[in-house]
Ligand binder design. Structure first.
Ligand SMILES: Cc1cc2nc3c(=O)[nH]c(=O)nc-3n(C[C@H](O)[C@H](O)[C@H](O)COP(=O)(O)OP(=O)(O)OC[C@H]3O[C@@H](n4cnc5c(N)ncnc54)[C@H](O)[C@@H]3O)c2cc1C
Ligand code: SF4
Ligand code: FES
Length: 354
């Protein structure tokens, strides 16, 4: 079937009304639909600029000329954002690099402008010529143009990042996603459970909690890692523990136990907790296998389903809810997460269960 928004019957409805009966209205609609309404909503047009419509038009209407004319005539100031700006990285300078463990480095970046974000949100960071990947913001969730991320050398891009030095530049997009809703935790005791790299997200969370320490009851951190050398932010955690702001408990599955920490995975730390489960909100960040072990124990202990939050990290590409790479059934993790209330994802088998 051939149809066109330029045909006179295009808007004719069964009752006989025709909403754009004259050619001028149809032309107006054509230009507004492709170049104004989409711009208003998504800051991009429906035109890739191939020029085919200018070339092929039998009446020799040149949309580029029409658009330029409309642009000259309009009185509104030009929009600040440009089409598809959210896909275009801005430049951030590396201010400081520190090795936290054998495979993880902390990078402090100077952003082009101050960022505001919730703990758990992430940036897409690119190394030129290597690619782009998502990284959780590890610094305090306060408005700042200095941001910290921790990068584990995993593959091509992250190894290239590890070779960068202060003064080098990376591309950044974001912040993206939804983080922990701190205001919902007011007055609650908080049980923060970290596994491995999950601590990167929780460092930002803990910094946010400590900044408003009086708003919460007790804060306990249970942190499981492979060996004591794999703990991230070790000195920081120990100093918060000593100051009495945060009750930190550690477990290791392997290696020397000179610290005297609990031997075993993080579930061993859930035994004999001196907290009242009905007052507890649990904030858990780690690999999915950790959720499979920890969640049932939390529920058995008495934590309510409404008081459990999880960090679901999935492979991502655009970070914008467009490419679909991070989808779990009806949920786009990059948009609605990666931090989710348990109730929101418990029906998704693939989210936690295999
Ligand atoms: C929301 C989110 C936050 C993240 N935060 C951090 C962080 O704070 N620090 C950190 O070191 N890493 C983080 N990651 C993982 C990081 O994005 C990947 O390690 C990175 O993409 C690997 O790229 P690569 O080219 O070095 O490795 P590759 O050679 O591409 O792969 C190496 C490993 O990384 C995994 N990986 C590859 N692409 C992705 C991807 N897009 N998302 C997740 N895993 C991937 C692969 O499965 C493989 O195991 C995060 C991922 C997500 C989705
Ligand atoms: S220039 Fe190409 S993409 Fe843009 S409206 Fe014309 S035909 Fe469509
Ligand atoms: S990463 Fe593209 S839709 Fe989520």
């Amino acid at each position: 079937t051939w149809d066109s928004c330029q045909f006179d019957q295009f808007t004719k409805v069964a009752g006989g009304d025709e909403f754009r009966g004259n050619q001028a209205d149809r032309q107006r609609h054509r230009f507004f639909r492709k170049y104004k309404y989409l711009w208003d909503k998504y800051q991009r047009t429906a035109c890739v600029g191939c020029g085919r419509c200018s070339r092929e038009c039998l009446s020799r209407i040149d949309p580029v000329a029409v658009l330029n004319r409309l642009h000259q005539q309009q009185s509104l100031p030009a929009p600040k954002s440009s089409p598809a700006a959210e896909y275009r990285p801005e430049l951030a300078e590396i201010l400081y690099v520190e090795s936290l463990t054998e495979s993880e480095k902390l990078f402090r970046l100077r952003m082009p402008h101050p960022l505001e974000f919730e703990p758990g949100e992430f940036l897409e960071i690119s190394v030129f010529g290597q690619g782009e990947a998502p990284f959780t913001i590890a610094s305090a969730p306060e408005r700042s143009d200095e941001i910290e991320v921790v990068v584990r050398a995993a593959g091509t891009l992250t190894q290239a990042m590890h070779r960068l030095r202060p003064g080098d530049t990376v591309g950044v997009r974001g912040p993206f996603g939804c983080g922990f809703p701190l205001e919902r935790f007011n007055g609650r005791d908080l049980l923060v459970v970290a596994g491995g790299m999950g601590m990167i997200t929780l460092r930002s969370l803990v910094l946010g909690l400590l900044a408003r320490r009086d708003d919460y009851g007790r804060i306990m951190l249970l942190y499981g890692a492979r060996t004591v050398d794999h703990y991230l932010f070790r000195d920081e955690l120990l100093s918060w523990h000593r100051e009495g702001n945060l009750d930190c408990r550690f477990a290791v599955t392997q290696g020397d136990n000179s610290w005297g920490v609990t031997r075993g995975d993080v579930t061993h730390l859930l035994k004999d907790l001196d907290l009242e489960p009905a007052r507890v909100t649990a904030l858990v960040s780690g690999p999915a296998r950790m959720y499979r072990a920890v969640n049932p124990l939390l529920f058995r202990w008495g934590v309510g389903e409404d008081h459990l939050y999880l960090n679901l990290e999935r492979h991502m590409k655009c970070g914008l809810g467009k490419c679909g790479k991070c989808r779990i059934n009806d949920i786009c993790v990059c948009e609605s997460g990666p931090i989710f209330p348990y109730a929101r994802v418990k029906h998704l088998k693939e989210a936690i269960e295999r």
